[in-house]
Design a protein around this ligand. Structure first.
Ligand code: NAD
Length: 488
């Protein structure tokens, strides 16, 4: 059955359908970057609220600005905004649900003026974003808002027709201000630490360049709540589409697949009200920082802890590593003994449960997360996710043997061959430099951590150096399993 409003009654009873009348839903949220994640996350939470008869004035109008979004517009138009969300359980069960909270979609390059008008409309109270980490347009090296980006440069001219989400949203804010209207809230749902603060910095930098007073008005009047978001949502494959056709009889041009777990911790900073997200499991808090630390130092750091060891040992998928008791044990102990002591109190979270659930999530074979993905960009990730744990643990005289071993596993991985003597394709912006250094690991065991650009002054700490060199030496002599065994 082709997915569309008129066909819903033909779908099987194994598919959960919207329980509300979609004609009663009006747009209150404009969302930029309708991809897999938004459709597995915010749109799903709103659909859950609507199923309870709430948030009916908070329907989503998606907005696409990138060339790749034209296809999303075509698919959603053909399907009346409906799509299938499939949760893949680790026992092989797939759970399908049709989501109805996206009630409109605009492809901005076709008609930017309509997008701006929608943004200016009194009924638009929230503008939300999943525009990827790079979308916020900060220069990789200087950390400054990048005004050399040609599209941003084009949009800075107040008379130009805007192409970017900055140009569209700031033009709408300028018009609201001129009319004496209150602004909408800008809510980033991207996977960036302090995503609201980052969004604010980029919008204010853009607007100030266009008109300093407008920039100040945005800095003072617009709310940018921070949030922590979590739900693994891989890219939809043709195989997924095919499976959804055979398992559920649904012809869906662009379904979304994801893991069962979902989390959204959101700061309650909205100036025009918000849907009652907390009624459907969102944690609405004053400060997301403790939750972000929890995610970085348990989830993200654990990914690092499993990936290099696992890869060297011959595994290629995260679930394979986590189904191996040795590694699962090692991860849990890393989290309990090293990651957790460095966390601030996390209100409303049972950390025992969080840690156990993490390992179950990683072990889900349906998700097929590759170690190659987790091993990428280590020189960005290890310093953000793992080194702060080591530093804090050293300060408080806590355990570091597992974290130090993880650093050693990265150093060994950077040598570029695994334990089966297969070459490793390293993906890292510092690849050449790291590979060159790691070549010396055997004749100078300190070579890798002498790199102060990455490790700062850790090399001066005896306890760290000893734990690291022991692990590296064991990796060279006995391999990954024996090394993990010795520190687990
Ligand atoms: P996706 O590729 O399915 O969708 C990305 C969307 O962002 C597309 O609509 C694309 O056109 C748009 N986009 C990209 N760059 C843009 C720009 N400069 N301006 C405007 N729009 C832009 O990706 P996704 O899986 O939906 O992930 C999007 C973001 O969601 C991630 O970058 C991450 O920050 C966050 N996230 C994803 C996951 C996940 O598992 N996929 C989990 C947590 C958070």
């Amino acid at each position: 059955t082709a997915l569309k409003a008129g066909n819903l009654d033909q779908l099987g009873s194994d598919v959960t359908l919207p329980r509300y009348n979609r004609d009663d839903v009006s747009v209150g949220i404009l969302h930029f970057g309708v991809g897999g994640f938004h459709r597995a996350h915010q749109a799903m939470y709103l659909d859950a609220l609507m199923n309870e008869g709430r948030a009916m004035d908070s329907g989503i109008c998606g907005v696409g600005v990138m060339p790749g979004d034209r296809r999303m517009q075509e698919v959603l138009k053909a399907q009346d905004g409906l799509y299938t969300l499939v949760q893949k359980h680790s026992d092989g069960r797939w759970e399908a649900r049709v989501i109805g909270s996206i009630v409109d979609y605009l492809y901005a390059p076709d008609d930017p003026e309509t997008v701006i008008e929608r943004l200016v409309a009194e009924t638009t109270r929230i503008v939300s974003l999943t525009v990827t980490e790079g979308g916020y347009n900060f220069h990789h090296v200087t950390g400054e808002f990048n005004v050399d980006n040609p599209e941003v440069r084009h949009d800075l001219d107040a008379d130009a027709t805007p192409k970017t989400f900055f140009g569209l949203i700031v033009e709408a804010l300028a018009r609201r201000r001129a009319k004496g209207m209150a602004p909408f809230t800008i809510m980033s749902c991207d996977n960036i630490q302090a995503n609201g603060d980052v969004a604010k910095a980029s919008f204010v930098a853009f607007a100030r360049r266009r008109d300093p007073e407008l920039g100040d008005w945005i800095a003072n009047e617009v709310h940018f709540p921070n949030s922590m978001v979590d739900r693994i949502t891989p890219v939809t494959t043709d195989e997924d589409r095919e499976q959804i056709r055979t398992r559920f009889g649904i012809e869906d041009g662009w379904p979304v697949v994801c893991e069962p777990f979902t989390q959204w911790v959101l700061e309650d900073h909205f100036n025009q009200g918000r849907p009652a997200y907390e009624a459907v499991g969102v944690q609405v808090v004053d400060d997301v920082m403790p939750y972000e630390l929890m995610k970085l130092r348990l989830l993200n750091a654990s990914h690092q802890a499993l990936t290099y060891f696992g890869y060297l040992d011959g595994y290629r998928y995260a679930h394979e590593v986590c189904q191996d008791e040795l590694y699962a044990d090692f991860l849990l102990n890393y989290m309990v003994e090293e990651g957790t002591p460095t966390l601030a109190p996390v209100p409303g979270v049972d950390l025992d449960d969080y840690r156990r659930t993490l390992i179950e999530r990683f072990a889900n074979p349906e998700i097929r997360d590759t170690l190659a993905r987790l091993c990428a960009e280590s020189s960005d990730r290890i310093p953000k996710w793992l080194l702060p744990v080591i530093r804090e643990q050293l300060e408080r005289d806590g355990e570091i043997k597992r974290s130090a071993a993880v650093v050693a596993s990265w150093a060994r991985y950077a040598e570029g061959v695994d334990e089966q003597n297969e070459p490793i394709e390293i993906v890292d912006r510092m690849r050449d430099e790291l590979h060159e250094i790691a070549r010396h690991n055997r004749d100078n065991p300190l070579a890798f951590i002498e790199n102060r650009e990455v490790f700062g002054d850790l090399i001066d700490n005896e306890r760290f150096v000893e734990a690291y060199t022991q692990a590296l030496s064991r990796l060279h002599q006995q391999g990954a399993r024996a090394t993990v065994e010795s520190v687990r």
